[in-house]
Design a protein around this ligand. Structure first.
Ligand SMILES: [Zn+2]
Length: 392
């Protein structure tokens, strides 16, 4: 077994684009990769490309008629009959509209997540990262929340069957990981865990603590819905205790984690008030859980993240640095105001709509504190305790 983690990257990821002003912008993958390269933390030998997922693989999760619709609506000029049916497949709203080449781009992303899982399960690499993936809202018969094919669900289903593996799915996106949860709701061998802003106020409106799985799968679904305006300390307290307990009880063979980074205070689509600190600390906890419970087998994928300049590149770079045990992370512990590479800032500042950050972490002392901080933290802790009641 090689001890070198792999970085799955396909150029087609940039073709996954709804329209120019759409908030979901995969250019962020390139920005993150460039930041990692600027600090010399990614070598050619670590990068792997992958084949697109074929229809047979997609059918593990998606209905045949839905795949057919996605393919038809990918044409330069789709057939009017299919355009009429786009609505029923969730591909005709402003949020997740069909676009030319949609099938090819989404199938490429799905292939990347399968390849990342295969790299780890075959022992080629201890860990694998696929930042293009994490499209957790797609359903068997419809697209939703910017997601066309559910790469995470397809890859997990493939691994579970091929290797008879128990998979722990950890979703740290600020939105509930609904598509993955419902795909494995009755499956005792896939535990889906999601920490997110409560569905009372945020898309997709699910992920409550009483969603715990069904039948054989009861107890293999964990939801930790947190209150709006949650800050770092409370988020981390809830995440750490629930993940450590869940991993210890479930005893996975593989961890697949989704790293949407939209709980950051700068993110325009949620109401949380976390800083870059949680995107440094969550990967560490997941990494430790992987080595404690499943021989280190860990696959990480991307997800949401709509401040593509100030938040996503730093968050996803920190994730990769954790994966490769990069010494800069220790340096950050002692020097929290460590600077980003000047060359990266110089290269992108002109295109950025914001002033780019100068440091890896945020100085939260400069932010105004949230009102009701202790009430929010108490409520979150109560929910975390409830979330653990039936885990198995
Ligand atoms: Zn999200």
């Amino acid at each position: 077994m090689s001890n070198q983690p792999v970085f799955v990257y396909n150029k087609e990821v940039l073709q996954y684009r709804f329209y120019q002003e759409h908030p979901f912008d995969q250019f962020r993958v390139l920005l993150a990769k460039d930041l990692i390269e600027q600090i010399g933390a990614l070598s050619e030998s670590q990068i792997v490309t992958s084949a697109s997922a074929n229809v047979e693989a997609l059918q593990r999760i998606h209905r045949e008629d839905y795949i057919q619709a996605v393919m038809q609506l990918s044409e330069e000029i789709p057939d009017p009959d299919w355009i009429l049916r786009a609505q029923q497949y969730g591909l005709h709203d402003e949020e997740t509209p069909y676009f030319r080449g949609m099938h090819e781009a989404a199938a490429s992303i799905t292939g990347g997540s399968i390849a990342a899982c295969e790299a780890v399960m075959t022992g080629r690499a201890p860990h694998a990262l696929h930042l293009g993936g994490g499209l957790h809202h797609a359903f068997p018969n419809k697209g939703a929340g910017f997601c066309v094919y559910n790469d995470a669900a397809v890859a997990i289903s493939h691994i579970r069957d091929k290797y008879q593996a128990r998979v722990l799915y950890i979703d740290t996106d600020v939105h509930h990981g609904d598509g993955v949860q419902w795909s494995f709701y009755t499956d005792p061998n896939v535990l889906t865990y999601s920490i997110h802003e409560t569905g009372k106020y945020l898309f997709p409106g699910t992920g409550f603590v009483n969603e715990r799985g069904e039948g054989e799968g009861f107890g293999a679904c964990v939801n930790v819905p947190l209150d709006p305006y949650t800050e770092d300390d409370s988020w981390m307290e809830c995440f750490k205790r629930t993940i450590e307990q869940t991993a210890a009880v479930f005893k996975p063979d593989l961890i697949v984690s989704q790293h949407g980074c939209d709980a950051h205070a700068f993110d325009p689509l949620s109401h949380m008030h976390c800083s870059m600190r949680i995107y440094k600390e969550m990967p560490r906890i997941i990494h430790e859980a992987a080595h404690t419970h499943c021989d280190g087998r860990w696959v990480a994928i991307g997800g949401g993240g709509y401040d593509i300049w100030r938040v996503v590149p730093r968050a996803w770079s920190l994730l990769w640095l954790e994966m490769i045990d990069h010494p800069m992370l220790q340096e950050l512990d002692s020097t929290p105001d460590l600077s980003l590479p000047e060359a990266w800032i110089q290269r992108w500042q002109e295109q950025s709509v914001h002033d780019l950050p100068q440091t890896w972490l945020d100085n939260v002392n400069l932010w105004s504190p949230m009102p009701r901080r202790s009430l929010i933290a108490e409520q979150n802790l109560r929910i975390s305790t409830l979330a653990m009641e039936y885990v198995r």
